[in-house]
Design a protein around this ligand. Structure first.
Ligand code: CP
Ligand code: NVA
Length: 308
């Protein structure tokens, strides 16, 4: 079953064809109104379940719009409203949903929930974010980088901030797409070393540099994300802010990257915490292209899952 669970679980040739298809799909819309369907209707007659156990703006809207533009239908389900939140097992939920729908996208807390859903579903399952990874976001980010700057292979990407789920998918992508990655952040918020080691084993350089100004030297892309993720306890907010303040992406930091470096943030952002408004709205920033490209990249992911 071609599930899209993580970037490291998908063959590099498939990832490459998804990015190339996403570009083609985007070009083919060619200024059509947002509500207009695509010329190609590969999802006609298909029903996609979108399950959210956490809040979402981009993932919810981009999947919903993407399915509809491709001719399919969606149903959006909140975890709290399903029997899933009231004791029914994930395995049984997966088996039942597979009798009704053609594909499942799930945003959840534990990675184990996603994996159990995929193990028992007889339709493709897509990871719409877990506490550990966010692969759909990084597919959009790779597409966005390449749109602006050409192949990402061999480039230098610097992550400044929390070693979180979005960083983890960047580390997966480093190994699969062949770019070098630098993590800069405080030791308590380091990423899980398994992500770093796996990418290194694929032949790319993944380093940890505590000094953010040294880290960004020669960077082609600087990335950050919220300092408090949805699964982090609110009680950790103040401590995390204190630990991460030195890793804010501001104009002084961007000035040390390459002159044509791009800035990315998956959003939602907390302006003037992890990144200043001057950077988010400045000449390096491609944050709204990233958000738009969720739509196009996920269309390519869904077509790959369904073999369409
Ligand atoms: N970037 C992202 O996944 O945004 P949402 O949480 O709004 O879906
Ligand atoms: N790291 C963030 C990403 C949100 C899209 C979170 O998990 O909350």
């Amino acid at each position: 079953m071609p599930h899209f669970l993580d970037i490291n679980k998908t063959a590099p040739s498939d990832l490459r064809s998804m990015i190339d298809n996403a570009r083609r799909i985007k070009d083919a819309r060619n200024g059509r109104p947002k509500g207009a369907t695509d010329a190609e209707q590969p999802l006609a007659g298909h029903m996609v379940a979108l399950i959210f156990e956490k809040p979402s703006t981009r993932t919810r809207v981009s999947f919903d719009v993407g399915v509809r533009q491709m001719g399919g239908q969606t149903m959006t389900l909140s975890g709290a409203d399903m029997q899933l939140g009231h004791g029914e097992t994930i395995a049984d939920t997966a088996r039942v949903l597979s009798r009704y729908v053609d594909m499942i996208m799930i945003r959840t807390f534990e990675e184990a929930t996603l994996l159990e859903m995929a193990e028992h579903a007889t339709v493709p399952v897509i990871n719409g974010l877990t506490n550990r990874t966010h692969p759909c976001q990084i597919m959009a980010d790779i597409m966005t980088f390449e749109e602006h700057r050409g192949p990402i292979k061999g480039r230098k990407v610097v992550w400044s901030g929390d070693g979180n789920n979005v960083f983890a998918s960047f580390a997966h992508a480093a190994g699969q797409f062949g770019f070098d990655l630098v993590f800069t952040g405080p030791p308590p918020l380091d990423p899980e070393m398994v992500f770093v080691e796996e990418a290194r084993a694929k032949g790319v350089s993944v380093t940890i540099e505590r000094d953010p100004f040294k880290a960004v030297e020669g960077a082609d892309l600087v990335v950050t994300d919220t300092w408090v993720s949805m699964h982090d306890p609110q009680s950790a907010r103040e401590r995390r802010h204190n630990q991460l303040r030195a890793y804010q992406v501001n104009e002084a930091l961007m000035a040390r990257a390459k002159p044509d470096a791009l800035f990315m943030h998956c959003l939602p952002a907390h302006r003037d915490d992890e990144a200043t408004s001057a950077v988010m709205d400045g000449p390096h920033s491609v944050i709204f292209d990233e958000a738009e490209n969720r739509l196009h990249a996920q269309k390519a992911v869904m077509r790959w899952c369904l073999g369409l």
